[in-house]
Design a protein around this ligand. Structure first.
Ligand SMILES: Cc1cc2nc3c(=O)[nH]c(=O)nc-3n(C[C@H](O)[C@H](O)[C@H](O)COP(=O)(O)O)c2cc1C
Length: 704
């Protein structure tokens, strides 16, 4: 409490309020001091003392089931609620004017109180954003306002001050001066980073009882453990946090020290816009002389103490992001084992590690590992375990060990195989992972792509699989205008796009339609039958090659769209689009009926082919525009290429493709389109009628 006195009267009032709350409130049954009620707050974790202090003093309670959920993000409503409870939940009379906060929501009273007392203002558009992630600058501002805005000037002294919003400058200056919230290492404040529940507990505990530094996971290097030159250090550069997360997991798993490489001029999102030829990264990429990025600190303290050094970076244009170069050239790696790791959207590690080894000149550089941008903690800890490095601090013997990924699901859910290798070899490998053998004549269904510039799957990408199955490429005419609405023109497009050069091509509805029954397996269906091209039955087995991307009407197009609309004759397509209402026009149907009809048409195809036994699916996640390949001039993709999936289940493969896209950087535009068209309803209905399962196991064949 002594420390709080220096905040002045306003903070003293805050302290008194909190003190009052400590005796007045009883949110949970605080246990005897020192007892840890949380299964997920290990003793010795950097946040354990503060979390327990908050618990014992009823400042923050757990999330139920004996858990605190330390890594969960705090949102804006949560912090306001903590403060409101600290105030003793006074009655509120005035409703807040934020359109996104309404009576009955759990945070309504707290936000009303906070707005009335000037603790929160809301956004410029009038909303409060209750469930928005709470950023560091927002958290500090809320606490500063709660403390009645003590005067602290506007100079924070942080190297990234220019990134701090104007409204937050005084708050950050105050927080720094009074040790309420420190930096994250290397003199950075990281204003836009989110706050986790563990960090919030640390800040609140510090504010109320004073005294401790904020040991945020992203903090700079801590005091090295007693190592005798055998210590482990994790060094990383990360522009958008993906590599940071992996680095933190490695460091936490091994009890290692961590050191972030921070450019003196950090990269903004505009700087990182690789689609803009004039952005900073593009200019640096095009001109090697610009790639000497100055670092706040390139030399870790106590370098000699470390025998093993992990070096992490994002992949930029297929290589290691160049801000790591300054670190590699500034240090002597003689006698050290160096383990590179990187994150990327789809590219492999390539020669990035070898390139850094050459730059270093010394050290025993290992092959290292590339992770998907959103790699799970389990994936990282499994890899670390496979390295057989002894943790610098003893691991908790009671901690659960990471599960290994099963190659076959134990619960009957579908398997989706994945490779990040978007090449003919990669496609062949992921196909072979299915262990499926076609029988009889084999059709390879794909979209021939609308000219002039659609993102159809290129012949050189699919050639390996087409030849492996000795397949005939099959397609149907479109129901709208364009270059593929008549058979002769369609064959011409197939030739122009290079498909006739690798296989025979058959336009299945050149001679009309054939009817397949729809069986909803007890569920109501929109369609009773489905019209596919009449050559459909000429083939015994189907390999469905889909390009996963957005679609203006369906939201997205993947495997199910390919075997429904894609195999439909013109008449069949019109019936699917209109939920059975029109045989001649694809326009004007009900959206729900359309999405359900796609699932039902797909089911009819799968049923016909031995109830799914004679059909498999391969989906390519590249050139992921919001527009389909039926659009000759699609929008530029916002998402990087991801990889290739294969499955015997069309629902699982579409769900997996959706999930991977959703997790990818830049997915907002695609997700908006899918949401707007209620695209996921196709999968919901497909699962309901028994076409497949939305629950799946993703097996990464690159790791086997
Ligand atoms: C300038 C730039 C270039 C990139 N180039 C590639 C690339 O060639 N291949 C790839 O798969 N991902 C590429 N990415 C995506 C990043 O590698 C990926 O998002 C990574 O996880 C980012 O890590 P970070 O969040 O630690 O910065 C690029 C990203 C940027 C900003």
């Amino acid at each position: 409490m002594k420390k709080l006195l220096k905040y002045g009267c306003a903070v003293l009032a805050l302290v008194l309020v909190f003190d009052l709350c400590l005796t007045a409130l009883n949110f949970g049954q605080a246990e005897a001091a020192g007892e840890n009620p949380y299964s997920d707050v290990p003793d010795g974790a950097w946040y354990s003392d503060d979390t327990l202090w908050c618990y014992e003093n009823n400042i923050m309670s757990g999330v139920g089931d004996g858990r605190f959920d330390p890594d969960a993000p705090m949102n804006r409503a949560m912090l306001v609620t903590v403060l409101y409870r600290a105030e003793g939940t006074p009655a509120v009379t005035d409703a807040p004017t934020f359109p996104d906060v309404s009576a009955g929501q759990w945070y309504f009273d707290a936000v009303a109180w906070a707005a009335k007392n000037g603790v929160v203002d809301g956004y410029a558009d009038g909303n409060f954003g209750p469930t928005d992630r709470l950023t560091r600058e927002q958290a500090v501002t809320i606490l500063w306002r709660y403390a009645e805005k003590p005067d602290a000037g506007t100079s924070t002294g942080f190297a990234d001050e220019s990134e701090i919003a104007g409204y937050a400058l005084s708050a950050v200056a105050w927080a720094k001066e009074n040790d309420v919230v420190g930096g994250v290492g290397n003199n950075q404040f990281a204003p836009k980073d989110g706050i986790t529940r563990a960090q919030a507990a640390a800040i609140l505990a510090r504010l109320l009882r004073g005294g401790q530094d904020e040991p945020a996971p992203s903090a700079g290097p801590s005091e090295p453990a007693e190592t005798d030159g055998n210590g482990v250090l994790v060094v990383y550069f990360s522009a958008t946090d993906n590599t940071r997360r992996v680095a933190q997991t490695i460091a936490e798993t091994l009890g290692a020290d961590i050191f972030e490489l921070v450019p003196t001029e950090p990269y903004t999102s505009a700087d990182l816009d690789w689609t803009d030829p004039n952005s900073r990264v593009s200019r640096e990429h095009n001109d090697a002389s610009l790639r000497n990025v100055a670092l706040v600190n390139a030399v870790p303290e106590n370098w000699d103490n470390y025998g093993t050094v992990f070096v992490g970076y994002p992949i930029w244009w297929g290589g290691a992001a160049w801000p790591v170069n300054g670190f590699v050239t500034a240090n002597d790696f003689t006698g050290k084992t160096v383990i590179p790791f990187c994150t990327s959207s789809s590219s492999g590690m390539g020669s990035s590690g070898a390139g850094l080894a050459a730059l270093a000149g010394e050290g025993d550089w290992q092959d290292g590992r590339r992770f998907q941008s959103g790699a799970s903690e389990t994936t990282v800890t499994e890899w670390v375990a496979s390295l057989d490095l002894t943790p610098a601090v003893p691991a908790d013997p009671t901690a659960p060990t990471a599960p290994t990924t099963p190659t076959e699901p134990e619960d009957g859910t579908s398997v989706v195989y994945f490779t990040s290798d978007i090449s003919s070899e990669g496609m062949l490998a992921v196909y072979k992972a299915l262990g499926w053998t076609p029988t009889g004549d084999v059709a390879v269904k794909l979209s021939t792509g609308e000219p002039p510039a659609s993102n159809y799957l290129r012949p050189e990408l699919i050639e390996g699989v087409v030849k492996e199955v000795n397949g005939t490429i099959v397609e149907c005419n479109t129901a709208y205008g364009g270059s593929r609405s008549e058979t002769a023109m369609h064959y011409q497009v197939a030739e122009d796009h290079g498909f006739t050069a690798i296989a025979n091509v058959d336009i299945l509805d050149a001679d009309g339609s054939m009817e397949l029954p729809v069986d909803g397996e007890g569920a109501d269906t929109v369609l009773s039958s489905n019209l596919v091209g009449s050559h459909f039955a000429d083939y015994d087995s189907y390999v469905v090659l889909s390009h996963f991307k957005g679609h203006a009407m369906a939201g997205f197009g993947g495997a199910i769209k390919n075997i429904s609309i894609g195999l439909g004759s013109k008449e069949g397509k019109c019936l699917i689009h209109t939920g059975g209402r029109s045989h001649t026009s694809p326009w004007g149907g009900d959206q729900t009926a359309f999405t359900e009809s796609m699932a039902e048409a797909g089911k009819s195809v799968s049923d016909y082919l031995g109830e799914g036994e004679r059909i498999i699916y391969i989906s390519v996640l590249n050139n992921i525009s919001i527009d389909c390949d039926c659009n000759g001039n699609p929008a530029e993709p916002d998402i990087h290429d991801i990889g290739i999936l294969a499955s015997t289940d069309p629902v699982a493969i579409d769900q997996a493709a959706y999930d991977l896209c959703k997790a990818a950087e830049g997915s907002e535009s695609l997700m908006q389109r899918i949401d707007r068209q209620n695209g996921l309803h196709t999968l919901e209905h497909a699962e309901e009628i028994g076409l497949g399962s939305r629950t799946y196991t993703l097996t990464d064949i690159d790791r086997q």
